[in-house]
Design a protein around this ligand. Structure first.
Ligand code: FES
Length: 112
């Protein structure tokens, strides 16, 4: 957590069983479209917007621990949004996520 701040507000957006391994589930956090992406190691939350040209990422695919944009093929690390392959050079926005008794919750504060 940046600056050591504790997230004080969490919002349930889905259940863990709603997202199969290798799957992408679109949800919303307030008015913001967010994608829940599940890999073999966990669930990650990223913005449904590619930083390259702004297209939605919901039709992308999970590859290992990364997400591949369906439009021009940029690949992003799910753990921190960092670009791993072009043409995107910026990060995809990521969100704080926790799982409580099978509920997937997103932090209500600003993106991670
Ligand atoms: S819009 Fe995603 S790589 Fe171009």
């Amino acid at each position: 957590m940046p600056g050591g701040e504790e997230e004080t507000c969490w919002r349930e957006v889905a259940r863990l069983e709603d997202v199969p391994i290798g799957g992408i589930l679109p949800v919303t956090l307030g008015d913001t479209p967010v994608l829940l992406c599940r890999t073999a190691t966990g669930v990650f939350a990223v913005a449904d917007r590619c930083p390259h040209a702004g297209w939605p990422l919901r039709e992308g695919r999970i590859r290992g621990e990364s997400l591949v944009c369906p439009v021009h093929g940029a690949r992003f690390a799910l753990v921190n949004g960092a670009p791993l392959a072009g043409p995107a050079q910026g990060k995809v926005v990521t969100y704080r996520l926790r799982i409580e008794q099978g509920a997937i919750q997103l932090g209500c504060g600003p993106p991670a």
